[in-house]
Design a protein around this ligand. Structure first.
Ligand code: KG4
Ligand code: ZN
Length: 334
């Protein structure tokens, strides 16, 4: 059974074909247009999706080696995300499902990040997390601690009250004059830096909530004050600045996971979302899991950031339950 997944919630246009939970193709067209603005410009994102969607879907079908008439259903991200971007995937999926006379499945983008762990690549059958598991979903728009009881039964244990972890990376990069998206660039510089060189204080909220806006501000003021003394401060210290900021973000994330272990009796710790590509976070969470005798599940790097295979696998699980939507379904931004 083949399912086509479509993802267009932010700045990646992606289409994937899966056969049950096995990825046959996963095509992602990124949008370079945002790099010079230091963040995603919604209007430009919608236009780029509109241009990319047909070639991306076409390529996904070709790479999978199937014809569109072989598809059993179409799954698309219906939210949360940028409304204009979501509308492109939503309208395209509806039109194509209507033309082919096949069911339409709506997918929540955050659930898709989590369920990416249930995908396999051809010839591989990797171990899957066991319900209930603890999942830290960290992306450019979200930071959530979830107790995942079943495929579509996810309890929110905590989350950010302001910026997402990915935003903290992106904003730190912008302050350092680095391009968007900043996370991968900070990660790269951090590898050659001293994480203990500078101290940035992290918020200590009660419970399992996060806050990253204070950290971002203290980073901004610190860099700005030092630039007054030394105009070359950034160039001379970029590796240590990246490593120290990354350490602060990672510490904030791990502290709450440690706390969540006490509240949630889950054997498995799962990371999801774009920030789960971060090498510092992967190492810190692996160490933490080992110390607390939990199994760790890290997504393969190509499935951390936005992609349509994760949308398709959600579609596959919903297809099995017969959870389809009509052509009147509207996208939602939050
Ligand atoms: O999940 P995603 O592709 O999109 C959203 O749903 O938001 O996540 C994108 C975010 C961006 O903030 C990006 O900077 C961050 O993930 N990111 C990283 C890394 N790779 C991507 N952050 C830190 N380290 C990385 N290696
Ligand atoms: Zn995402």
């Amino acid at each position: 059974m083949y399912i086509l997944g479509i993802e267009s919630s932010c700045d990646d246009t992606s289409a994937a074909v899966i056969e049950e939970n096995v990825i046959l193709s996963n095509v992602i067209a990124g949008q370079k247009v945002h790099a010079e603005y230091g963040g995603v410009v919604p209007e430009l994102a919608s236009r780029a999706h509109q241009q990319n969607i047909i070639p991306v879907v076409d390529t996904a079908l070709k790479r999978a080696g199937i014809g569109k008439e072989q598809l059993a259903a179409i799954a698309f991200t219906n939210g949360p995300g940028l409304l204009g971007s979501l509308l492109v995937g939503n309208s395209f999926a509806k039109s194509m499902a209507f033309a082919l006379g096949i069911p339409l499945v709506q997918v929540n983008h955050l659930q898709a990040h989590v369920l990416a762990h249930f995908l396999d690549k051809p010839g591989e059958e990797k171990p899957k997390p066991q319900f209930p598991f603890l999942c830290l979903t960290v992306s450019g728009g979200h930071t959530l601690l979830l107790k995942v009881n079943d495929y579509f039964d996810m309890e929110r244990l905590g989350g950010t009250i302001d910026d997402a972890a990915g935003e903290a990376f992106d904003k730190a990069a912008k302050i350092l004059g680095l391009p968007y998206p900043g996370g991968p660039v900070i990660d790269k510089y951090a590898k050659e830096g001293d994480p203990d060189r500078f101290q940035f204080s992290i918020a200590h909220l009660p419970g399992l909530d996060y806050s990253f806006s204070g950290l971002k501000t203290s980073f901004l003021y610190f860099v700005r004050d030092n630039l007054k003394e030394n105009p070359n401060f950034i160039e001379e210290n970029i590796h240590d600045l990246a490593a120290s900021m990354q350490k602060a973000i990672v510490k904030s994330l791990t502290d709450k996971v440690k706390k969540a272990f006490k509240e949630c009796d889950c054997k498995d710790l799962v990371l999801a979302g774009g920030v789960s590509a971060n090498s510092g976070l992967r190492t810190a969470m692996t160490d933490l899991a080992r110390r607390y005798h939990r199994n760790i599940f890290l997504p393969p790097l190509d499935l951390t950031t936005d992609n349509a295979a994760m949308v398709a696998v959600c579609g596959y699980f919903k297809y099995q339950k017969g959870e389809f939507v009509g052509y009147d379904v509207a996208p939602y931004s939050s």
